[in-house]
Write a new protein. Structure first.
Length: 159
């Protein structure tokens, strides 16, 4: 298993993983992160100096990933944990926790004080991971992501 920053040639694999997860969990496509331009061009979407996206390679295949970057429409000290998805065969091996920990460290290193995330209630394992690692539920969304299908909003203090 290798964890590394995304490369341009990973774009199609990450897009396929995200789409597969949406299908698997029956998540609506309209009003979700699946409509984000980043999904087709993840490498380009995380080129900013205050952003990073990591992928997990298992036997030379990208099997998941996750990243952080500035939360759109929010204070500059708030980042968003974004596009953290894994193929079923990559789950239960600790990859999600490793990506999560790396993203939280990177967010703090990039100078963010808070990390925000949006999720769907169907993603119970992910939500449990977030809760166990200091994320608190919010009553309403922050920023302006446009992800109207997300009914779970959470925030973590990174300081």
């Amino acid at each position: 298993m290798i964890i590394r920053e995304i490369k341009q040639e990973d774009n199609a694999q990450i897009e396929a993983i995200i789409k597969a997860c949406f299908e698997e969990f029956g998540l609506p496509k309209a009003g979700s992160s699946l409509e984000d331009e980043d999904v087709k061009h993840m490498y380009q979407g995380f080129l900013e100096s205050n952003a990073v996206y990591y992928v997990v390679e298992d036997n030379e295949e990208v099997v998941g990933g996750g990243g952080v970057k500035q939360l759109i429409g929010a204070d500059r000290n708030i980042c968003e944990l974004q596009k953290m998805y894994f193929y079923p065969k990559a789950r239960g091996k600790g990859y999600g926790k490793k990506i999560f920990d790396l993203c939280m460290k990177s967010a703090a290193d990039l100078g963010f004080e808070y990390c925000y995330l949006e999720s769907a209630s169907q993603l119970k394992s992910a939500i449990k991971l977030y809760e166990l690692n200091g994320f608190k539920h919010l009553e309403k969304p922050l920023g302006n992501t446009g992800h109207v299908i997300c009914g779970v909003w959470m925030l973590k203090n990174l300081i």
